[in-house]
Design a protein around this ligand. Structure first.
Ligand code: NDP
Ligand code: OAA
Length: 263
């Protein structure tokens, strides 16, 4: 039986736990101090709930981060230094150059690897393959309803309460998007890292009062040809900022770790 460590235990982690594949159990949760007791009650006494990786009483087979950029900053290096691979969902954390350098240095010390999960978008496999032949241009547009932008800096850029028509409220690089919208622009960072880099793709963020889904659109051109991907993802019930597919991408990582055929 493989034992999983989860860093963070919010809406996404709860969804992942419901769908954990056979052959894997939750062994550890790395939580914030404020949520520790609540999570301990939720997951039961077979699971060790800790606030620092150093307190872990064993060796996890898989470490998954579902904690946001703050969780990556707090615990990422400690995981990698121990020689444990880290599966990351908060890819936007890598837009912070200092943090990225710290993680790569820790990975070098531990001879561990960082895995960027595709999250809420599809097509990362094709995009990363296309990069090998040379890409000319990649653009990404993210469109969500006003509710999904609440609690983000969008609130100070646009009046979410009165919006009547779709409106672009941010245009810039993936790095700028990920640093400004840490809970909403991980997909931008993932697409960038799989293609032309964090400063090499154009990102548009749109608020759309008519959409009920989190929409992600990639346009890519290169020696391979052209790619256009549109994904309309249903948000999680417990967090409208997060698409259900992002949680399912974490479940897929768990399945890949227990399956003979990795797909
Ligand atoms: N790649 C992708 O496609 C996507 C990535 N994401 C990323 O996934 C993250 C999780 O999403 P979701 O579950 O919906 O978010 P939630 O806000 O529901 O949950 C985040 C959890 O992480 C915990 N946390 C925060 N800081 C730390 C820390 N330092 N140590 C341990 N735990 C911590 C929070 O604890 P507390 O409640 O105590 O603060 C909370 O339990 C998002 O923040 C985002 O970065 C989201 C959507 C798509
Ligand atoms: O879940 C989504 O739709 C995407 C998201 O929040 C992100 O890119 O961080």
């Amino acid at each position: 039986m493989k034992r999983l460590m989860m860093i963070g235990f919010g809406a996404m982690a709860e969804e992942v736990l419901k769908l954990l594949p056979e052959g894997m159990v939750l062994g550890w949760v790395v939580a914030t101090e404020r949520s520790r007791d609540r999570i301990a009650r939720q997951v039961g006494n077979q699971v060790q709930v800790i606030t620092a990786v150093a307190a872990c009483d064993g060796r996890p087979d898989l470490v998954l981060e579902c904690a946001g950029q703050a969780g990556v900053r707090a615990h990422g290096a400690a995981v990698l230094q121990r020689g444990w691979d880290l599966m990351m969902i908060s890819i936007g954390a890598l837009a912070d150059r200092q943090l990225a350098d710290q993680l790569y240095a820790a990975a070098a010390i531990g001879k561990a690897r960082l895995h960027a999960l595709p999250g809420a978008i599809a097509g990362i496999d094709g995009l990363a393959a296309a990069r090998e032949g040379g890409l000319h241009q990649v653009t990404y547009t993210c469109r969500k309803n006003p509710q999904s932008w609440r609690g983000s800096p969008a609130e100070s850029m646009i009046d979410l309460a009165t919006i009547k028509q779709p409106q672009v409220f941010f245009e810039g690089t993936a790095r700028q998007a990920a640093l400004t919208f840490p809970a909403n622009a991980n997909v931008a960072a993932t697409i960038a890292l799989a293609s032309l880099g964090l400063d090499g793709i154009r990102v548009q963020l749109v608020v759309d009062p008519f959409t009920t889904t989190n929409q992600h659109q990639i346009e890519a051109y290169g020696r391979f040809g052209e790619m256009s991907i549109q994904l309309c993802g249903k948000p999680l019930d417990n967090n409208p900022k997060t698409s259900t597919l992002a949680a399912l991408s974490v479940v897929r990582a768990c399945r890949q770790s227990v399956s003979t055929l990795v797909i």
